[in-house]
Design a protein around this ligand. Structure first.
Ligand code: ATP
Ligand code: MG
Length: 655
């Protein structure tokens, strides 16, 4: 018995507005269902047509899907293409002078580049990499701040068939070392420092440290982009970006690669164990990026100003910053800073300044902005917005409502996009002109994505119950393997228990009567309370629905009688309560959860903090909170926490 009980009911439904539906790339449920039917009746034909329609192939493919080596699937593998050509060259004739990137720096200064300029810079850097001996298949680590140059570096690798592995600039030297070692990188591209919220973060210094940590003899050169001009140490393999690139030719013939050639490796955050080097393909990945831009973001290349706030260090910054928008010839904002610098209205000011139409961010950013109140966004002109997106964690229904009403003015569809580093592009998300949305649900799978919920043997789960979220057919943008570790790839994502061909996502979810998917949390986080298996998301959402509460995280702690007790960590909208006041609010919140979803979910204990511990990508670290709830010694790496002092607050029970 591994099904998970669903206890939260959410009944609000928001059908697409007529005006939006009329102009949408996919309009009405008929439009959506027609695409789904095409995929069901001729699965390979469906993908093959789309791949021919949207991608420029140097050599057309004749084979669509090769399942002979399952789960090592191949898509379009005898076709040849280049991603950088698809993102840049093919737009030059029609929109060479169009703005490709609007770079909004930490201090608010703005730099714009056109498609023509971006193409020239990518070619120069690609030629520079070639002059260093970088060849097709070589690995290049990109450890950069959010910048035009980060995108140039990634596109330049793609242009010459080198495999980039971007490491988030907030990661420590140790994490960087592990990734350099695992990927056996030939070149590292970095900057002297990055600037975040007015503070300099030493990147080059971290590279120097990483290179001293073990055998890094694979690394031949370190290319340094001068961002801040801060002091850095200089060694024999170091080389300035501008010195490398400025003398190079502004054209560079793309290297045409097989659709299955690895475009990049991206290590997942790896909260436990060795990080996993998720390896993506060229053709299938590009197709996933393009289709989801068109379907889920309803991309209108000629009129949209698109802004995804994710760092290029995450998959979101790959698919929805570095590749997706450029492949369609869009104008996009690239943001260096943080949401609250130099003031808490920075996001909304930036939307108004660049007349952003499409805004994509994470629930953590939304929740922290909710805490600051609704008056703040009201001070800015947000009327340019037409679509809002969210990714990274389940968005609690009340946070969704705030986003939809306060930021979207009730006018913009909200697309809650469920996907993962491993899936490469959106998997379950509303097509905004077609699928009615429900706060807290990522709604329905994209056409062609055969998502389902099963028990641990791959069998169906009872109605109203949750289970394992799986994808039952291979799809073009999925990971191809884990770099250098095919066994781990197979065991982690295609376990024998599910037949060896079904993709196991690692999240739990349930479906409602309309077939909508509701993510309940990660399988590892499921609680077992008196024989009831509960996802973390629903109890957290019930807490966030209380007007006092800004954020909540729920974990289990062993309990003699019940199996597990529910421990909730809560951040209130006001200040952190203590003493009698804290006790009063605990009682109130326990009652509230009892009434919202039932007595079984009532937290046994509630603790208050000014904030919650998050990963660098903004996800709540429930594993860490579990250790704190048990009173265990903390063994996790907490060096990357923005504010480690909150851990002491969270260790304190309300007495
Ligand atoms: P690691 O695998 O190393 O622990 P990670 O899973 O946090 O890292 P990502 O691939 O960036 O790294 O995140 C994917 C996960 O994020 C999903 O499996 C899911 O748990 C969560 N997630 C992403 N988007 C959504 C969403 N819209 N709704 C609910 N959960 C989401
Ligand atoms: Mg994951």
């Amino acid at each position: 018995m591994a099904s998970i009980e669903s206890i939260l009911t959410e009944t609000r439904v928001f059908p697409p507005a007529d005006a939006f539906a009329r102009q949408a790339n996919v309009s009405g449920m008929d439009g959506y269902e027609a695409l789904c039917r095409q995929a069901e009746s001729d699965y390979e034909g469906f993908w093959a047509n789309l791949a021919r329609q949207h991608i420029d192939w140097k050599k057309p493919f004749t084979r669509t899907l090769d399942e002979s080596g399952a789960p090592f699937y191949k898509w379009f593998d005898d076709g040849e293409l280049n991603v950088s050509y698809n993102c840049l060259d093919r737009h030059l004739a029609s929109k060479g002078d169009k703005t490709a990137l609007i770079f909004e720096a930490d201090d608010g200064s703005v730099t714009q580049v056109t498609y023509k300029e971006l193409h020239a810079r990518v070619c120069q850097f690609a030629n520079g990499l070639k002059s260093l001996g970088v060849e097709q298949g070589d690995r290049v680590i990109v450890y950069m701040p959010m910048s035009i140059e980060a995108v140039v570096a990634m596109q330049a690798c793609a242009r010459i068939g080198a495999i980039h592995s971007v490491v988030f600039g907030g990661f420590s030297a140790k994490s960087l070392f592990e990734r350099i070692e695992d990927a056996r990188a030939k070149v590292i591209v970095t900057a002297d420092e990055s600037l975040r919220g007015g503070k300099a973060v030493p990147l080059k210094h971290a590279v120097d440290e990483a290179l001293a940590m073990g055998d890094t003899s694979c690394v031949e050169r370190v290319v340094v982009y001068r961002r801040s001009g801060g002091d850095i140490a200089w060694g024999g393999r170091d080389l300035w970006w501008h010195e490398l690139a400025q003398t190079q030719a502004e054209t560079c013939e793309p290297v045409w690669v097989s659709a299955e050639h690895p475009l990049f490796i991206l290590y997942t955050s790896g909260s436990t164990g060795k990080p996993k080097g998720v390896q993506h393909s060229t053709g299938g990945y590009l197709l996933g990026a393009m289709l989801s831009m068109l379907w889920v973001f309803d991309a209108k290349p000629d009129s949209d100003v698109y802004w995804c706030t994710a760092d290029v260090g995450w998959i979101t910054g790959h698919t929805y910053v570095a590749y997706g928008p450029l492949s369609l010839g869009m104008t996009e904002v690239i943001f260096e800073g943080i949401p609250t610098f130099p003031h808490a209205g920075r996001f909304w000011e930036t939307v108004a300044k660049h007349k952003v139409t499409t805004f994509y961010t994470a629930p953590t950013a939304i929740r922290s902005l909710i805490k600051l109140g609704s008056d703040l966004p009201a001070q800015y002109d947000l009327s340019s917005l037409r679509l809002l997106g969210t990714v990274g964690e389940p968005i609690n229904p009340e946070a969704w409502m705030w986003y939809q009403q306060v930021i979207g003015g009730g006018r913009c569809p909200v697309v809650d996009t469920w996907w993962q580093t491993e899936t490469g592009s959106h998997m379950i998300a509303p097509l905004p002109g077609a699928v009615p949305t429900k706060p807290g649900s990522c709604t329905l799978p994209l056409p062609g994505i055969m998502a389902a919920i099963t028990d641990e043997h791959g069998g169906p789960v009872e109605k109203g119950h949750g289970g394992f979220l799986v994808i039952q057919r291979p799809f073009p943008s999925q990971l191809r393997t884990l770099w250098g570790d095919p066994d781990r790839f197979r065991k982690t994502y295609f376990p024998e228990e599910l037949g060896g061909k079904t993709y196991l996502a690692g999240d739990s979810a349930h479906r409602d009567d309309d077939g909508y998917f509701w993510i309940m949390g990660r399988i590892d986080d499921v609680l077992n309370v008196s024989g009831h298996r509960l996802g973390t998301m629903e109890i957290e959402s019930a807490l966030v629905a209380n007007p006092r509460v800004a954020e909540a995280a729920v974990v289990g702690r062993p309990h003699e009688i019940k199996g597990e007790a529910v421990v909730a960590y809560v951040v209130l909208k006001g200040t952190r309560p203590v003493g009698e006041e804290a006790k009063k609010i605990v009682a109130e919140l326990r009652d509230w959860v009892g009434k919202e979803i039932g007595p079984i979910a009532k937290p046994d204990e509630i603790r208050f903090g000014d904030n919650l511990p998050k990963t660098r990508s903004g996800k709540i670290m429930r594993r860490l909170l579990r250790a704190i709830a048990k009173g265990e010694e903390i063994t996790q790496d907490v060096s990357t926490l923005e504010n480690p002092a909150i851990l002491d607050q969270l260790k304190e029970a309300v007495k």
